[in-house]
Design a protein around this ligand. Structure first.
Ligand code: GDP
Length: 430
C-alpha cells in the first residue's frame, strides 16, 4: 500500500491532529516529517484533551508504530516532558522510532531565536522563539548537531566547539549572554541517555513497513501557507510542511506516496505576522475566535480570524497534489446568518484567480466574496452527510467546486467521533 500525507491546507491549526488520530485507526504507522515543538496538535478522545507538539498523533494506539523523521528538529527536553506527560495520563507507549539524522535544538538555538526576533523590531516574523528557525539554519549551514552523534564517542568535544562558535554570535552580534560549554553538555547528557534507545535509521523502518504492505500516514505540521518555499515568505516556517516535504523529511521516495489529504478549516486563521486578505476585525473576528477557541495550543496566542480563502485553497491543492479535502470546524459557523467565501482577488483593477507570489501584489489584493446563507442550527451531533442541513451541504459543495477538490470528510467537533465521511466505507486512505 502507498503512504498517505495529511497536510495543512492553510496557515496551520486546521485540526490535523484530530484528523491524523482519526485516520490512524486505519493505518499502521504515523510519521512526523518536519517542524519541531512549534507544532501543537490537539486530540480529543472521549472528552479528554491531549496536546501533542513533537510526538506523532498515532501515539494513542499502542499497536501503531510512531516515527519522528529526519526532517524534524527535536528539543529533547521538551520531547521527554511531552512523553512523560502522556505516560502519566495512562497512555501505553507505542513503538516510537526517532531518526538518527534528525537535528537537535540546543539551548543556544532558543537564545538565538529570541535575540534575532528582538533585533527585527517591527519587521519581526512572529516566531515561537523555541529555537526551531536557528536549528534549521544550522542544519542548512552544515553546523547542526544530529541526534545520531549521541551514539558515538566524542560528541561532547564537538558540542564544546559548537557552543564556543555560537557564543561569538550571541555575544558579539546580539549583545546577549553566551553559554559555558559544560553547562550545555550537562543539560544534554541525561537526554542523550534516554534518546539513544529510540534512535535508528527511520527511513529503513519505513521501507520495511512499506514492503510488508503496511499503511503509513505522514503527518504534516503547520500548513501550506507557512511552507518555506510555497508559503507567504518571509512570514513562514523554516521547513517544508507541503506534501513534497514528506519525502525529504521521512526518507521515502515520491512513489511511496499514493494520496494527499488536505485539512482546512471552514474559515481561516493565522497566528503572528503576515498577510491575510480575508482577515476580519472587531466583533466578527471575535465571534469566530470565541466559538472556534482560536488560541494557540503551543503559545496561547490569540489567532487572527477571517473567511475561508479559496484562492489559497486552490493553490494548496495544486502545490500539494491533493487527492481530497477534509473540512474541519464546520460547527463553528453554526450560528452565522450568512457566510462568505473568497473566490478571487481584485488587484490593481484586474481579477486574480491564482495566488500571487509577490507579497506586494497580495497586499494590494482585495477579496472577491460569494455569500451563502448560514444554517443557524447545531450540527455537532450530525454523523451522516445527508443529515447536514441543506445550507451546510451547499457550503461544502461550493468549497469543493471552487477549490476544485473532492471533500472526503467533514469535522463537526473536536472529538474523534464528531467526523462525517462523505462516502462512508470507501476508505479515506485509499
Ligand atoms: P492542528 O495543529 O492542525 O492539529 O490544529 P490544533 O490542534 O492547533 O487546532 C485545532 C483545534 O480545534 C483543537 O483544539 C481541536 O480540538 C479543535 N477541533 C478540531 N476539529 C474540530 C471541529 O471540527 N470542531 C471544533 N469545534 N473544534 C475542532
Amino acid at each position: 500500500m502507498s503512504g498517505v500525507v495529511i497536510v495543512g491546507a492553510q496557515f496551520g491549526d486546521e485540526g490535523k491532529g484530530k484528523m491524523t488520530d482519526y485516520l490512524a485507526r486505519q493505518a499502521d504507522c504515523v510519521v512526523r516529517y518536519q517542524g519541531g515543538n512549534n507544532a501543537g496538535h490537539t486530540v480529543v478522545i472521549g472528552g479528554h484533551e491531549y496536546r501533542l507538539h513533537l510526538i506523532p498523533s498515532g501515539i494513542f494506539y499502542p499497536e501503531k508504530v510512531c516515527v519522528i523523521g529526519n526532517g524534524v528538529v527535536i528539543d529533547p527536553e521538551v520531547m521527554f516532558q511531552e512523553l512523560d506527560e502522556l505516560l502519566s495520563q495512562g497512555l501505553k507507549l507505542a513503538r516510537l522510532y526517532i531518526s538518527d539524522r534528525a537535528h537537535l535544538i540546543l539551548p543556544y538555538h532558543l537564545r538565538l531565536d529570541a535575540a534575532e526576533e528582538n533585533c527585527r523590531g517591527d519587521g519581526r516574523i512572529g516566531t515561537t522563539r523555541r529555537g526551531i528557525g536557528p536549528a534549521y539554519t544550522d542544519k542548512i549551514s552544515r553546523v547542526g548537531f544530529r541526534a545520531g552523534e549521541l551514539l558515538e564517542d566524542g560528541w561532547e568535544q564537538r558540542l564544546i566547539e559548537l557552543v564556543l562558535e555560537k557564543n561569538k554570535a550571541l555575544e558579539r552580534l546580539y549583545g546577549s549572554e553566551g553559554f559555558q560549554p559544560e553547562q550545555v553538555i550537562a543539560w544534554l547528557r541525561p537526554h542523550a541517555e534516554r534518546l539513544r534507545p529510540f534512535l535508528t535509521d527511520t527511513s529503513l523502518v519505513l521501507a520495511e513497513l512499506a514492503s510488508q504492505g503496511r499503511h503509513i500516514l505522514f503527518e504534516g505540521a503547520q500548513g501550506t501557507m507557512l511552507d518555506i518555499d510555497h508559503g507567504t515568505y518571509p512570514f513562514v516556517t523554516s521547513s517544508s510542511p507541503t506534501a513534497g516535504g514528506a519525502c525529504i523529511g521521512a526518507g521515502v521516495g515520491p512513489t511511496a506516496i499514493g494520496r494527499v489529504l488536505g485539512v482546512c478549516k471552514a474559515y481561516l486563521t493565522r497566528v503572528g505576522e503576515g498577510l491575510f486578505p480575508t482577515e476580519l476585525q472587531g466583533p466578527e473576528c471575535e465571534s469566530l475566535r470565541d466559538r472556534g477557541r482560536e488560541f494557540g495550543t503551543t503559545t496561547g496566542r490569540a489567532r487572527r480570524c477571517g473567511w475561508i480563502d479559496l484562492v489559497m485553497l486552490r493553490y494548496a491543492g495544486r502545490v500539494n497534489g491533493m487527492s481530497g479535502l477534509i473540512i474541519t470546524k464546520l460547527d463553528v459557523l453554526d450560528a452565522l446568518p450568512a457566510i462568505k467565501l473568497c473566490t478571487a482577488y481584485r488587484c490593481n483593477g484586474s481579477t486574480l484567480e491564482e495566488l500571487p507570489g509577490s507579497q506586494r501584489l497580495l497586499q494590494a489584493s482585495e477579496p472577491v466574496y460569494e455569500e451563502l446563507e448560514g444554517w443557524q442550527q447545531d450540527i455537532s451531533g450530525v454523523r451522516r452527510y445527508d443529515d447536514l442541513p441543506a445550507a451546510a451541504r451547499r457550503y461544502v459543495e461550493r468549497v469543493s467546486e471552487i477549490a476544485g477538490l473532492p471533500v472526503v470528510a467533514i469535522s463537526v467537533g473536536p472529538d474523534r467521533d464528531q467526523t462525517i465521511e462523505t462516502k462512508p466505507g470507501s476508505g479515506l486512505l485509499g
